[in-house]
Design a protein around this ligand. Sequence first.
Ligand code: AKG
Length: 260
Amino acid sequence: MHYPITESQIQFYEENGYLPLPEVITPEELADARVFLEEALHMRLTGGIDRTGSSDYDRVFLQKVNLWRDHEGVRRLVFHPRLAQIARQLSRSHAIRLWHDHALIKMPGRDSRPSPWHQDLPYWPMNEAGALSCWLPLDDVDEHNGCMHFIPGSHRLGKLPPINLVNPQDIFAFVPQECQQRMKSPVAVPLQAGDCTFHNGLTFHYAPPNRGNQPRRALVIIYMPDGTTYLKKPHCVTDDLDLEPSAPLTGDWFPILARA
Ligand SMILES: O=C(O)CCC(=O)C(=O)O
């Protein structure tokens, strides 16, 4: 099934730096995704997600990167042509590659911490902007259990310093004075499981603590336009790949998932 994206949705994404989309996966795909994610996490976390999560970082979210490498069902979801084609259209690229996936599980309870306001691109070893994330919750999300919040238009500020997710700096302190007022209008995006948001790697985003009583499970698929090149800096995905500075990010780790 193709998911039609209109020119006005692309323009909304370009203007605001994010785009919510309803029902990007079917109820059957959602049911499978929940099983696959659970299985993949069990392979990485001894005892499963309910038995881990005591570090300060884990209280922001349990993060497991590149589950597609471990689990065939997760791989099919991460490589899903419908989602990749949306990413390609929003980035107006001729071809879109996988950067990586990660599961972000925000555990419930009094210890749960917010995902602080940050941009993603400052963490990533890429010279160009343009990479974008599909944030796909496998549970219904709202302000009570950790839905995403965005600052519309914040991606146009360009790349700011990376934010420490455990002891966060105030990202708004890096915003020039004349833009401060505009940057203070966050939009909360509650979603049903199976809906998603796409956001640009430069868009400021945040999620509140999970005050519900179940883990908030999100699978995030991160895409980059074909032609994105390597910026030499530490990152768990590229550290062992022996890449030359400015080499295009290509090959088995970064497959093309959709073409025009
Ligand atoms: O899921 C969250 O709490 C934060 C998500 C996030 O930071 C991201 O997808 O880049």
